[in-house]
Design a protein. Structure first.
Ligand SMILES: [Cu+2]
Length: 271
């Protein structure tokens, strides 16, 4: 009995030591897996993620090392020793309450300030506006055209040929440009996404831009951001929205404003 108890304890300590070593090796030697950053506000989100990962990583390692140390230091001697027990220790309890509280409150305050900057700052009046309408299982992308105004939409008009129910009698709808799964936005220029849904809740997720916003039926949600990298990126749905959710993906193209304007004129002529 005595030896198997010792063996259990040894295995317990070994399990934690190996676990902690593997965690340290993994944390230090690996990229946390962020996709290349392509937006202005995303740097803040990444650094908050990293700060949280480092703080929780240190706490994780320290607490596990302590656990191993205590298990080893106070292991049974086989002499029938009894553990010392006391019901409370004010000093210890204050320390282990105050320190985590200060760390967590700091993270929350920093996070709230950043959140406020990202979500409660009005986009400039001349922001590049795109509408993105989720539907099982595609993204309908609409540009307002030269007049800068989106035409009226009427749900009764929705059909295969008219996926968002654009009203042809509204003069503002004449130059609207519709695309499927292809979102083109300008480089280094503020973009305002107006997000809607035709059916269920979807979520516009642009991982490289650190942008994620729900598309909710019956309301328009928005997200404004500034792309900082040219290229082609993913546009995916981050809300389990039905059987075809996995294939609800499009792509984002970031290009200089003059190229994008030319491209928009071409699209207009093709329609
Ligand atoms: Cu979806």
């Amino acid at each position: 009995m005595k030896t198997s108890g010792r063996l259990d304890g040894l295995l317990f300590v070994l399990f934690f030591v190996i676990g902690v070593v593997v965690c340290i090796w993994y944390l230090v030697g690996h990229d946390p897996g962020f996709l290349p950053l392509a937006s202005e506000h995303g740097g803040f989100i990444d650094s908050l993620f990293m700060a949280t990962l480092i703080i929780t990583g240190i706490v994780f390692i320290l607490t596990h090392l302590l656990l191993v140390y205590f298990a080893f230091r106070y292991k049974g001697s086989g002499n029938g020793d009894k553990a010392f027990w006391y019901p409370d220790n004010k000093k210890l309890e204050i320390i282990w309450t105050v320190i985590p509280a200060v760390i967590i409150i700091s993270l929350i305050v920093v996070g709230q300030v950043g959140w406020g900057k990202i979500f409660h700052t009005e986009p400039p009046d001349d922001a590049f506006v795109v509408e993105i309408v989720g539907e099982q299982f595609v993204w309908n992308i609409r540009y307002p055209g030269e007049d800068g105004e989106f035409g009226r939409t009427i749900p009764e008009l929705i059909s295969r040929a008219n996926p968002i129910g654009l009203d042809p009698t509204d003069p503002a709808s004449e130059d609207d440009i519709m695309l499927l799964n292809e979102l083109r936005i300008p480089l280094d220029y503020p973009v305002l996404l107006k997000i809607r849904s035709k059916d269920v809740i979807h979520s516009v997720f642009l991982p490289n831009f650190r942008v994620k916003m729900d598309a909710v039926p019956g309301m328009t949600t928005t997200f404004s951001f500034t792309p900082t990298m040219e290229g082609e990126f993913d546009l995916v749905c981050a809300e389990l929205c039905g059987l075809g959710h996995y294939r609800m993906r499009g792509y984002v193209v970031v290009q200089p404003m003059d190229e994008l304007e030319e491209w928009l004129i071409e699209q207009r002529e093709m329609e």
